[in-house]
Design a protein around this ligand. Structure first.
Ligand code: MUC
Ligand code: MG
Length: 366
């Protein structure tokens, strides 16, 4: 199974409900479908969601780096020689989303070639992930209505609230309204996407004490090293690194320097291979992990489920898997379903993300 071609197809699908948060806003899923073609006719596929405001990658930069920089070095290599392919891609720094999608597409091709699901190949620990729903910036009462609706319709009992606004009272009030309205059985945690300073985050932690919040993600820029370390030391709840830790090296640096004490793993920017390296580091150190969402499509969310459900540590907490519900459509041929607050893995060979060719033809932009 030698690689014959790497394809990078830009496509765009609108969001019915844009997601707003401290570092940006997503109105359209302007993503790239990556395809790894092999001489056996097997095609591995993965979704690449660029997040320009976070990592600087765009639809165009992903296409460029995959087709003009990676492809000439990778074509001709057997798909099973992932080690060689990663050594080649790692010569280029950053471009994590492009690398992550190539990696997932390779795993998909390997699974299809072997007739085995990638979830089994990665570890096969359990058959589902619990779902956490992400609540973007909205007035507190609307957030409560949205959370109640997701609870009733999908059985979701875990919510991540996007925070990082000023004045801080806006977010403190939203936490209070959600806790009072949802009751104590619902898990609530926060993600500020670097919107505050570490000292502002500390003010929020103190003001929300007693509301039973479980995690505080990326409260400030991780490069504010001294005040961030002070926050991590004092905080009664784990401080999660997200955009500061796309690689195992970043995760090591942040954990060892006290910049965070929990890690958000996103397959969209780490692929399965680097995500396993990050996970090994975290389990070795006894550090909690969450399965995050890069505002993924159903294709991307299925990859997160395949990885998250494959390991014990990544399946303990609810994974962020429901952003696709706010999209007008998707490329996935057989839609994902959230039932009783869970998404199940697929046992079909590969990652399980069959693409609907008609939809791809409708939404592709090349
Ligand atoms: C998150 O956890 O930060 C927002 C930007 C991004 O890349 O992912 C989302 C969610
Ligand atoms: Mg985050």
């Amino acid at each position: 199974m030698r690689i014959t071609r790497l394809e990078a197809i830009p496509y765009a699908i609108e969001y019915t409900h844009p997601l707003r948060f401290a570092s940006g806003e997503v109105r359209t899923a302007d993503h790239v479908l990556i395809r790894v073609h092999t001489d056996d006719g097997v095609v591995g596929e993965a979704d690449a969601p660029p997040r320009p405001f976070t990592y600087g990658e765009t639809q165009s930069s992903i296409i460029e780096v995959v087709t003009r920089i990676f492809a000439p070095q990778i074509v001709g290599t057997p798909v099973f020689e992932r080690g060689k392919i990663h050594q080649v891609m790692n010569r280029t720094v950053h471009n994590q989303v492009a690398k992550g999608a190539v990696d997932i597409a390779l795993w998909d091709a390997i699974g299809k070639g072997l007739g085995t699901s990638v979830h089994q190949l990665l570890g096969g620990y359990t058959d589902h992930l619990k779902v956490s729903h992400m609540l973007g910036f909205r007035p507190a009462q609307e957030l409560l209505e949205e959370a109640r609706r997701f609870g009733e319709e999908y059985g979701i009992k875990t919510f991540k609230l996007k925070v990082g606004r000023r004045p801080l009272a806006l977010d403190i009030e939203a936490c209070r309204v959600l806790r009072e309205g949802l009751g104590d059985d619902v898990e609530l945690y926060l993600d500020a996407n670097r919107g505050w300073t570490a000292n502002e985050a500390w003010d929020v932690v103190r003001a929300t004490e007693g509301l039973g919040l479980t995690l505080l993600e990326e409260p400030c820029d991780a490069r504010e090293a001294m005040s961030r370390r002070r926050l991590v030391e004092k905080s009664p709840i784990p401080v999660v690194g997200d955009e500061s830790v796309p690689t195992a090296g970043d995760a090591s640096r942040e954990l060892l320097s006290g910049g965070c004490n929990a890690i958000c793993i996103k397959t969209a920017r780490s692929g399965f291979t680097e995500a396993q390296e990050i996970l090994g580091l975290c389990t070795g150190l006894g550090v909690d992990v969450t399965m995050g969402n890069q505002i993924d499509t159903q294709v991307g969310s299925l990859a997160t489920v395949a990885f998250g459900a494959a390991h014990e540590a990544t399946s303990r907490r609810a994974g962020e898997l429901s952003n696709f519900l706010d999209m007008a459509d998707d490329l996935l041929a057989e839609p994902l379903e959230i039932v009783d607050g869970r998404i199940h893995v697929r046992s079909t060979p590969g990652v399980g993300a069959g693409i609907d060719d008609e939809k791809l033809a409708r939404y592709r932009q090349d």
